[in-house]
Design a protein around this ligand. Structure first.
Ligand code: FES
Ligand SMILES: [Fe+2]
Length: 380
């Protein structure tokens, strides 16, 4: 049995992710998804908040994504209110223009030599699997973390949604097998077969993060993965497509909310895919006609809505969010009483404590690598 480290094992706070916090500095050492590519159209910009910091996400006329600082270097108006010109961004207030790496290249009311001395932050970005990944740290970014299980044949379906809880709550939820039997008792997982019993759960640290090995009494297995630092690769159940590769990331917005970025590789084509898309459209239309998601979660928490009588297309997300939003952030709740079934969470906490301690001491960090053949498996 593994001893349970407390979250502040070395005086570090995992819940806080601003630029000057231990976890914030650690997360800035990785490529992280920060937006869906389609969140803005080519030639448009929008403000973006992740890791307790503001940024400007824009796409050039070519469609390429760029991520620069939130404020203009001149007198700090918000860059996203400006104009995209080709691959560059012009400030709304007095027209200073910046490249996608934040270099000022034009100041209409100034001498030519001034612009070369001025820059805002600019970050390496890469579009992949429908997400925009950015490297928010300093120095050379690490190798890009491709997830080949999502690169295969099929239809790639991506989305993002905000959860009103600390990112760590979401990260641990992705490591949590047993909650499926309870929180998702009334959901599509009922048809998947994984909630027929409490399985045997094991987990161990790997070269990419953590593997969770779930064994059912009939010998069937479910394999799920934590991709350090904030990713998860599992096989999830879809009514029409069956078991589907599901990649997700929990990215802090601030200390009280996070974004889930998810991508599913739907292994269908032709008529079957058309039917899948039609069903998805129908679910979207049903959801649009229902009470907003956030209101349902709030209602379940304040007792005005009975969660167990709800019948919604997004019920799995509602169920997760009800559980997570009720949890105070780590560090501000009583000590968790983790058990044997929490082994993946215990390992995740131990890895973070170890890595944050190494970072603070200036020691080398673990270099995580995702094997090309890594995939989740179902278990039904
Ligand atoms: S504040 Fe941006 S150009 Fe003046
Ligand atoms: Fe869940």
């Amino acid at each position: 049995m593994t001893a349970t480290p407390s979250l502040d094992i070395a005086g570090f706070e995992i819940a806080h992710t601003g630029p000057d916090t231990p976890a914030g500095r650690y997360l800035r050492r990785f490529w992280l998804p920060v937006a869906m590519l389609d969140d803005v159209a080519p030639g448009r910009a929008k403000p973006l908040h992740v890791l307790n910091e503001g940024f400007t996400y824009y796409r050039g006329g070519s469609g390429d994504p760029y991520l620069v600082g939130f404020y203009c270097a001149h007198r700090s108006t918000q860059m996203s209110t400006g104009w995209v010109e080709g691959e560059e961004l012009r400030c709304f207030y007095h027209g200073w223009k910046y490249t996608g790496m934040g270099q000022c290249v034009e100041q209409p009311a100034e001498e030519d030599a001034f612009a070369a001395k001025v820059r805002i932050e600019g970050y390496p970005v890469r579009a992949y699997l429908g997400f925009v990944y950015a490297y928010l740290g300093t120095g050379e970014p690490p190798p890009f973390p491709r997830v080949r299980a999502l690169e295969g044949e099929g239809h790639l379906e991506g989305r993002s949604f905000v959860r009103h809880s600390n990112y760590w709550n979401g990260l641990e939820n992705a490591c949590d097998q047993v909650h499926i039997n309870f929180a998702h008792r009334n959901s599509r997982y009922h048809a998947s077969g994984v909630i027929r019993e409490i399985p045997q759960i094991d987990a161990e640290e790997t070269a990419y993060g953590i593997v969770r090995d779930v064994l059912f009494s009939d010998g069937k297995r479910r394999i799920a993965h934590t991709l350090m630092p904030v990713g998860s690769l599992i096989s999830t159940w879809d009514r029409q497509a069956g078991w589907v590769q599901h990649l997700s990331y929990r990215i802090p917005i601030d200390d009280a909310s996070h974004i889930s970025f998810t991508a599913d590789l739907i292994p269908l084509a032709g008529d079957a895919l058309a039917q899948w898309k039609a069903a998805r459209e129908e679910r979207s239309a049903q959801l649009a006609a229902l009470a907003p998601y956030d209101a349902v979660v709030r209602g379940a928490l304040d007792g005005s809505i009975n969660l167990h009588e709800l019948d919604r297309a997004d019920i799995v997300n509602v169920q997760d969010d009800v559980a997570l939003a009720a949890q105070p952030p780590v560090g501000s709740r009583p000590s968790d009483r983790l058990g044997r079934s929490d082994i993946q969470i215990i390992i995740l906490r131990r890895i973070y404590a170890r890595e944050l301690r190494a970072l603070a001491a200036g020691q080398p960090l673990t270099e995580w690598r995702i094997p090309d053949d890594l995939a989740g498996t179902g278990g039904a």
